[in-house]
Design a protein around this ligand. Structure first.
Ligand code: ADP
Ligand code: MG
Length: 390
């Protein structure tokens, strides 16, 4: 099937299912009056060459007395929604710039695009260093840093294992033990060699491959925020496949209300609400991508030591931070660390908070969440975290 059509179908499907990890509760007030803008095209049609996206939806929000202009797209393998609060409808050309910027990043980062810088690095594993753009260099540097923080629990050289399991793709299956051991032998973030002067990246061993899936969305969300601010907007909300990044506060000075996804519920079910401003919230959870084989669920956050999906009674970790790339990296890192080590680590950081949702319905929030999180789902219980003495 033509790749564009395939993408469009995927997009429409995702729109229908409303596949957002975090459901945003803003702009949905009963007082809002909604109309389609003059330049509306049917959902899924593209008006920026090669990018699958919708046209603007324009809503007059009576609570803030502002116009909310929103557009959706399907890029970097995920559903994206951008809503900007302004005095009047935001011109489509401003969204064009945003979606084009995301497209540029996808072309650099995706390991499924053969010409991307990440693909070049992977192809040259064990052979030669590859010169990359400053964005990719910075992202890989950051990835290595989280590898160090987690002693390899988070590892961006996890490519061989991700490919082997294929979670999220049609070929997902439980690999054999020897296949797992073979993939594990290729994973070690310490074998990613960076040369700052030359801006090159070299994977020391043949067969190694980078997978930036755990941090790329956060990095791109931060770039989108900068772009929206450069366009002169002070209030906006960016949802990049569940990485939610708020720009400023709502025009009426209220914080944004952001629902935290119920890991056991449907897409729109939430466990509670976070009140945030100028902050990012990113969740990593077992519900996001998984497959079932012989009655057992296998999710997409893998432990680079065991080679299997991490099983530590966590269902999801949500990170609140200023930068979305930090939240993205940490949500995956802390998920692999588990509740005890992860909670302690997040508490040791300034201006970063976390919510841990456990399989038994317990929710633990670090100290900064106490004033901003309210539980709304009585299938869950907020509990006080007790440091283990073991
Ligand atoms: P999502 O992309 O669904 O929002 P995450 O940010 O947690 O979720 O990233 C998960 C992705 O990161 C996986 O699909 C895989 O590509 C990659 N990944 C899985 N396990 C690890 C790990 N231990 N370290 C680094 N990256 C990982
Ligand atoms: Mg992540």
């Amino acid at each position: 099937m033509n790749k564009r059509i395939e993408k469009s179908i995927q997009f429409l499907w995702i729109l229908t299912l409303n596949m957002v990890v975090v459901f945003i509760l803003v702009g949905c007030g009963a007082n809002s009056s909604e109309r389609a803008s003059a330049n509306e095209v049917k959902n899924g049609q593209s008006n920026t060459e090669g990018i699958v996206r919708s046209a603007s939806t324009v809503v007059k929000d009576s609570k803030t007395n502002r116009v909310i202009t929103s557009q959706d797209s399907f890029q970097i393998g995920t559903y994206i929604k951008i809503s900007i609060y302004s005095d009047k409808e935001v011109p489509a050309i401003q969204f064009d710039r945003i979606f084009e910027e995301i497209d540029q990043f996808e072309k650099l980062i995706s390991k499924n695009i053969t010409t991307s810088e990440v693909s070049m690095i992977n192809e040259n594993a064990g052979k030669a260093p590859v010169k990359v753009s400053s964005d990719i260099f910075e992202l890989i540097q950051m990835g290595i840093q989280y590898g160090e923080i987690s002693s390899g629990g988070f590892d961006i050289s996890i490519g061989p294992l991700v490919d082997l399991w294929g979670i999220g793709s049609e070929g997902a299956h439980v690999p054999t033990e020897s296949e797992i051991q073979e993939a594990l032998s290729k994973i070690d973030y310490r074998n990613i060699l960076l040369n700052e002067t030359d801006q090159t990246v070299f994977l020391k061993e043949e067969g190694m491959s980078l997978d930036l899936g755990a941090i790329a969305k956060g990095y791109i969300a931060d770039q989108v925020k900068t772009l929206i601010q450069e366009e002169g907007h002070q209030s906006a909300i960016i949802n990049l496949g569940g990485n939610v990044l708020t720009v400023g506060h709502k025009p009426n000075s209220e914080a944004w209300s952001i629902g935290v996804r119920d890991p056991k519920g449907e897409n729109k079910d939430i466990v509670g609400i976070l009140k945030l401003q100028d902050n990012s919230i990113v969740s990593s959870g077992t519900y996001e991508r998984f497959f079932v084989e012989d009655g057992k669920r296998y999710h997409h956050i893998l432990n680079p030591k065991t080679g299997y999906p991490e099983e530590n009674h966590l269902q999801s970790v949500s990170i609140i931070s200023e930068k979305s790339v930090v939240g993205d990296a940490l949500s995956t890192t802390v998920f692999v660390m588990g509740l005890q080590a992860g909670y302690a680590y997040v508490e040791s950081l300034d201006q970063v908070d976390a919510l841990f949702i456990m399989e038994d319905g317990s929710i633990y929030g670090t100290s900064g969440t106490k004033s901003v999180f309210s539980l709304t789902n009585n299938n869950y219980n907020l509990k006080e975290f007790v440091f283990s003495t073991k």
